[in-house]
Design a binder for this molecule. Structure first.
Ligand SMILES: Cc1cc2nc3c(=O)[nH]c(=O)nc-3n(C[C@H](O)[C@H](O)[C@H](O)COP(=O)(O)O)c2cc1C
Length: 165
């Protein structure tokens, strides 16, 4: 590789990627609101889109964008004192964004739906990523997908993922 090549010229750094992580909130509602405001202020110029899911003091965030932007942003987010127990669950290349309509959208879900999301997004199940997109866009959670959460083993896996350090 040409050593004079800048970070953005390198095609690998421009590859579209998706990161999914979970963390535990260390802030209150006002703090969460200001996180969303900062995200909406900063993400558009970085071509970053995504979702921040809230459930019972947990964050589950999906970030999509060029690899170098996501890498820089993740370093900032990871050192933010407004959350702890940061754990990346998935990092993958992406052909098409799931959440391109939102520079960052916040959504609160119940325990059942959180279990579906954490396991489905971690394992890259596109139907679960789409379910979340439709829920945000339309406010409805397709019942057909609730069977996903009724598999006991998956619910256990989700709670274990949450409590891993
Ligand atoms: C759970 C969580 C998610 C965050 N997501 C984003 C994000 O998507 N984009 C962003 O710019 N900042 C995000 N932040 C905030 C950053 O850590 C940082 O405070 C912010 O980028 C600073 O923005 P500023 O320099 O405009 O003040 C997040 C913070 C937390 C705790």
């Amino acid at each position: 590789m040409n050593s004079s090549m800048s970070e953005v010229d390198n095609p690998i750094n421009n590859e579209l990627i998706q990161v999914v992580y979970r963390s535990r909130s260390n802030t209150d509602e006002a703090g969460e609101k200001s996180i969303l405001e900062a995200s909406r202020r900063n993400n558009p110029s970085r071509s970053v889109s995504g979702v921040l899911v809230f459930h019972a003091g947990w964050f589950l965030q999906v970030l999509e964008g060029p690899a170098h932007e996501i890498r820089n942003l993740l370093a900032v987010i990871q050192s933010d004192p407004r959350h702890v127990d940061f754990l990346v669950l998935r990092l993958t290349s992406l052909d098409v964004r799931y959440y391109d309509e939102w520079s960052m959208v916040g959504v609160t879900v119940d325990a059942d739906r959180f279990a579906t999301l954490i396991t489905g997004l971690m394992y890259g199940r596109s139907e679960v990523a789409q379910l979340l997109r439709e829920f945000i866009a339309g406010g409805r959670w397709r019942d057909a997908d609730r069977h996903v959460t009724q598999a006991g083993s998956q619910a256990v896996a989700a709670s274990e993922l949450l409590t891993l350090v």
